[in-house]
Design a protein around this ligand. Structure first.
Ligand SMILES: [Ca+2]
Ligand SMILES: [Ca+2]
Ligand SMILES: [Ca+2]
Length: 431
């Protein structure tokens, strides 16, 4: 107890000291005084007098980052599944993560410590390494969703060392699932996404640890933000709500019918030859999009979907969808055409996913590249699911009821990226 309190106070003292030193160096070092963020500042700054020098890093404005793209008339929103608590670190040191540093450094820090580095999201990120002979880590217990057993996070490597000396590891239950060599050759010069397949741990509750160990010379920093376990969605919400009732139908023959289109590092979503294409470029990645419907409380959503790419993937519908400023809730119907199975789950505003209908084989599902007509009826608290006109599930679930909700289409890549799925004849009607 006393020891722990001492460590906390000690690390707080260090953090305060570091903050003060940053302020001092800002005042005295012209290299820090830039205001144009397109200018890359001098990467190394003399830190004489700083008790434990943490190397400055070049701040590169990441213009190719898909999260920074904006489209005319469209507000891009990023939503991630948060099986992880405080995955974006925006709650600060709220106890969700255990954090440790040999030298007592705070790992979860805000911009007052990180500056001039900008967190990937918000004003907090995790800063591992940055000191000599230091072991640092963050860890927490998390359940790996069976339907999306992936770990994804954004990382930034800034090292002045040669390869083979300083390392980062991603560990599950103390077993290394990925080793990251922290060295100048691997410097990212910005936030890059790292995605790790955790299918070996699907459905299990495990301890996730992101760990850095440095040696006694030549500094290495490892920054982490937006840790996500499970599926990730990028969806785009047009500024103008489409009050469609009575009924909505799109055969995608008109490429200006109102669905958003775009391409970034992870996906293409566009009208293509009378259909709507979702093309996911990377493994273990998902994409969902809606035409921004405002549904009545009882509705039927239908779509034709077919897989064009060779490997495994899933596609389907989202419905009962509702967005808040920083989260969303939705049902989704997932079809896995490789085996003719389907799955229904839901995501709550707190980021947790729950299974409503576990993977179920249906002979009515056309396998592989066959087209499947997916229908879902939402009537009161009942969800009735049809594949190619045959009822395959009838579920009672009282979440996400009432009018004003949205519905759309979704694709997930698993380990066989790229994935190419075509949708047609999307409709919303009253059953
Ligand atoms: Ca953050
Ligand atoms: Ca080193
Ligand atoms: Ca069509």
């Amino acid at each position: 107890m006393n020891t722990k309190r001492f460590v906390v106070i000690f690390s707080l003292g260090l953090a305060l000291m570091l903050t003060l030193m940053w302020m001092l160096s800002s005042a005295f070092d012209p290299a820090r005084a830039y205001t144009d963020t397109t200018v890359t500042p001098v990467p190394t700054i003399d830190r004489v007098g700083v008790p434990c020098s943490r190397q400055d890093v070049p701040l590169k404005k990441h213009t190719t980052d898909d999260q920074s793209q904006t489209q005319s008339g469209v507000t891009p929103l990023t939503f991630s599944v948060a099986g992880i608590a405080n995955g974006g670190f925006e709650n600060g040191q709220d106890g969700s993560w255990e954090e440790y540093s040999t030298h007592g450094w705070d790992i979860i820090v805000d911009t007052s410590i990180l500056s001039p580095l900008t967190p990937h999201s918000g004003s907090w990120a995790a800063w591992l390494g940055g000191d000599f002979d230091d072991v640092s880590y963050i860890s927490q217990s998390v359940t790996i969703p069976a339907e999306a057993p992936t770990l994804s996070f954004w990382n930034w490597i800034a090292s002045e060392d040669a390869c083979g000396h300083d390392f980062g590891w991603v560990k599950i239950n103390d077993t290394t699932v990925q080793t990251i060599d922290l060295c100048g050759d691997n410097n990212t010069e910005g936030w890059v996404n790292r995605t790790i397949d955790l299918s070996a741990y699907a459905g299990q509750t495990v301890t996730l640890q992101i760990r850095v160990e440095t040696d006694g010379s030549l500094n290495s920093n490892y920054y982490v933000d937006d840790v996500v376990v499970g599926e990730m969605f990028y969806t785009y919400l047009p500024l103008t709500l489409r009050n469609f009732w009575a009924g909505y139908f799109d055969d995608f023959s008109d490429p200006n019918s109102g669905w958003d289109t775009g391409e970034n590092a992870r996906q293409i979503y566009q009208y293509l030859s009378g259909e709507y294409q979702i093309y996911v470029k990377t493994e273990w990645d998902g994409f969902a999009i809606t035409p921004d419907l405002v549904l009545p409380s009882d509705y039927r959503i239908e779509v034709d979907a077919r897989k064009v790419s060779a490997g495994a993937c899933s596609y389907g519908l989202i419905f009962g969808s509702h967005w808040t400023a920083d989260s969303y809730e939705t049902y989704q119907v997932i079809v896995y055409p490789t085996t003719g199975e389907f799955f229904v789950n839901k995501r709550a505003l707190d980021g947790s996913w729950s299974t409503i209908k576990d993977w179920t084989y249906s002979s009515t599902i056309n396998q592989n590249d066959g087209t499947n007509h997916i229908t879902v009826d939402r009537i009161g608290t009942t969800i009735t699911l049809y594949m190619n006109g045959t009822q395959v599930a009838n579920i009672t679930d009282s979440s996400f009821v009432g009018s004003g909700r949205d519905a759309g289409i979704r694709v997930y890549s698993y380990g066989d990226a790229p994935v190419d799925v075509r949708f047609d004849n999307f409709s919303a009607s009253q059953p």
